[in-house]
Write a protein that binds this ligand. Structure first.
Ligand code: PEP
Length: 260
């Protein structure tokens, strides 16, 4: 297992309206009060329209989670219909932003260039960025995953001021494992964790947590942490219910507590 304090992020995607989001947020709060996860950083990333409600209950009920957004504009303000800016997120109490999720890259044509610009906007605004990288099945089948992921990392991270390092997290999310119920194996993940950390070192980015995402659940979390060597998880489907999300959180927390 990696040595950093684990980070578990729930990506709610386009699920849970604001009433449902408040309900799940409150359930997470109650469950974390009954069984704290003091060794683990926990983040939820609801849809934009839920952010105000979720940050409000997190603050008023002192729930031990931070709130993230699933995307943000690379632009500061202006004529960008339908977009949301970093400063708008900050005013809401949002602390994290997922950048370059594969669904943004593939379904909404988010290019490497836009991913890089968005990452810089997030960091300049002082928010924490979770940079998502990962190959699709055709790349994996032709054994191109190492090069593909390295290129995505270099494109987004090259030339960044080292002062931003502590705001960066990387999430390795092979597209073929997202929402499929077919997680990457511990060996595949372990290989990619080593590769990503080497690339990050080459870019002078030290101390950055590297997460795994792709069909993570309570059953596979421990193996991915211990044998896969991940620093935590980006969780989609299993984050939509408080019980299944906290099962991943507690698996991470217990692993880290036992290792210390
Ligand atoms: C994701 O979309 O980031 C994700 C990892 O989804 P799932 O856990 O459902 O595979």
């Amino acid at each position: 297992m990696a040595t950093s304090r684990p980070l578990v992020i729930g990506n709610w995607k386009m699920n849970l309206d604001f009433v449902e989001a408040v309900h799940v947020g409150q359930q997470i709060g109650v469950m974390l009060k009954n069984r704290p996860a003091e060794h683990t950083d926990v983040v939820v990333a609801p849809p934009f329209v839920d952010l105000r409600s979720v940050t409000s209950i997190v603050q008023s009920e002192r729930i031990a989670v931070s709130v993230g957004a699933q995307h943000v504009s690379a632009h500061e303000n202006g004529a960008h219909t339908g977009e949301v800016s970093v400063s708008m997120l900050k005013r809401l109490g949002v602390e994290w932003v997922i950048v370059g999720h594969s669904e943004r890259r593939t379904m909404y044509a988010m290019s490497d260039e836009v991913v890089g610009a968005t990452l810089r906007a997030v960091l300049r605004g002082g928010l924490r960025a979770v940079l998502c990288v990962g190959e699709d099945l055709s790349v994996r089948d032709r054994d191109g995953h190492d090069d593909f992921v390295r290129d995505q990392l270099v494109s987004a991270l090259r030339g960044l001021d080292e002062g931003f390092n502590e705001l960066i997290t990387v999430a390795y999310e092979p597209i073929w494992a997202i929402g499929t119920g077919l997680s990457a194996s511990n060996e595949q993940v372990q290989h990619m964790m080593t590769h990503i950390r080497e690339v990050l070192t080459g870019l002078s980015i030290e101390g950055c947590r590297v997460l795994y995402g792709g069909s993570v659940n309570a059953e596979n979390a421990e193996g991915l942490l211990v044998a896969g060597g991940v620093d935590g998880f980006l969780v989609g489907g299993a984050s939509l219910r408080a019980e299944s999300f906290l099962a991943v959180v507690h698996a991470s927390n217990d692993c880290y507590a036992l290792k210390r």
